[in-house]
Design a protein around this ligand. Structure first.
Ligand code: PBG
Length: 310
């Protein structure tokens, strides 16, 4: 009876697996604060992608961890930079069987760890950053990405990247906008995952935790600029924002269950304080109940193996 009348549900195809590829390692490197998640080599990335897609996961979202960082994040634009090489490897491994999503942001590549380039005062320069994002967008499309995940929270990033893609002929590469991205402490473990160089915080460009209406406003702006999917991030502590966006959006809505959400459940479960499997399913079901139809989660492969495929 409960199954028959259940309102919220999702399939394996709704899940997106975030993945990390690291330059200059010969074995996959475990991320201590995210048990079960690795910085991949090119080979282990391909194998993990294959496993995810065989389980029915709908999308793979790739982050690159370069060996060298500089002030402009040059390795992010370089066609032979680790992220673009990783995208080509994903394309080889899974082709068009899943949506290959490239993270489009500078924070993994800059030596100061910010999501954009800095002006003379050391503040992120929005418009100078858009020029670099536009160049990154074209290289990521060339490397085979089907969709670009714009995670830098610069104003105007969706229209800048859309224009650059269209001008370069990549009219069918789509844009997932991290529209409502909060300046959150839940990103803690991710900083280890990408070897972040950040000192300070991202409060000049990420949203304030207390703002609900602003989340909706940001999503509507991105839809206007041409976003194909809008996302709320983090997920679990922002279900109100997610619900608002899901009700108003004319494009599909995604939510990102971030590294800290993953780490909390894994840590509590490792201590025997939570039933791991039930808590994982509850956390993801709650995100779909709030209105997300696309869920980015580090448990994507594991969950996909348990739910129906289509
Ligand atoms: C930045 C970015 C972050 C995450 C995804 N993209 C970190 C940040 O904004 O500080 C976090 C993802 C996670 O915590 O799982 N481009």
């Amino acid at each position: 009876m409960r199954g028959l009348v259940r309102e919220a549900g999702f399939t394996a195809g709704s899940l997106v697996l975030p993945m990390f590829v690291r330059e200059g390692i010969s074995e996959p490197a475990p991320i201590a604060s995210m048990p079960g998640v690795y910085q991949h080599t090119i080979d282990s990335l391909k194998a993990a992608a294959r496993e995810a897609v065989d389980a029915g996961v709908g999308g793979l979202m790739l982050f690159g961890v370069p060996a060298d960082h500089d002030a402009l994040g040059s390795a992010g634009v370089d066609p032979d930079g680790i992220l673009n090489r990783g995208l080509r490897a994903l394309k080889e491994a899974v082709g068009d069987e899943a949506v290959i999503i490239a993270d489009l942001c500078l924070d993994e590549f800059t030596d100061h760890g910010h999501c954009g380039v800095l002006d003379v005062d050391g503040t992120v320069d929005n418009d100078a950053t858009l020029e670099i994002y536009s160049a990154m967008a074209v290289e990521q499309a060339r490397a085979g990405a089907h969709m670009l995940g714009l995670s830098g929270m610069m104003d105007g990033q969706v229209s800048a990247c859309r224009t650059a893609l269209d001008e370069a002929g990549f009219t069918s590469v789509s844009i997932l906008a991290y529209s409502a991205k909060y300046a959150s402490a839940y990103y803690g473990p991710f900083r280890e995952a990408v070897d972040s160089q950040l000192k300070g915080d991202r409060r000049t460009y990420q949203m304030d935790v207390g703002n609900r209406t602003e989340g909706l406003r940001e999503a509507l702006l991105d839809i206007d600029e041409g976003a194909d999917v809008v996302m709320v991030k983090p997920a679990g502590s922002y279900l109100d924002v997610l619900s608002d966006v899901a009700q108003a959006s004319t494009v599909p809505v995604a939510a990102y269950q971030v590294s800290g959400e993953y780490a909390m459940i894994e840590a509590a479960a490792a201590n025997g304080w939570l039933d791991r499997d039930r808590t994982i399913m509850e956390s993801v079901t709650a995100i779909t109940r709030a209105g997300a139809t696309i869920i980015c989660t580090y448990w994507a492969t594991e969950i996909a193996k348990k739910v129906s495929r289509v």
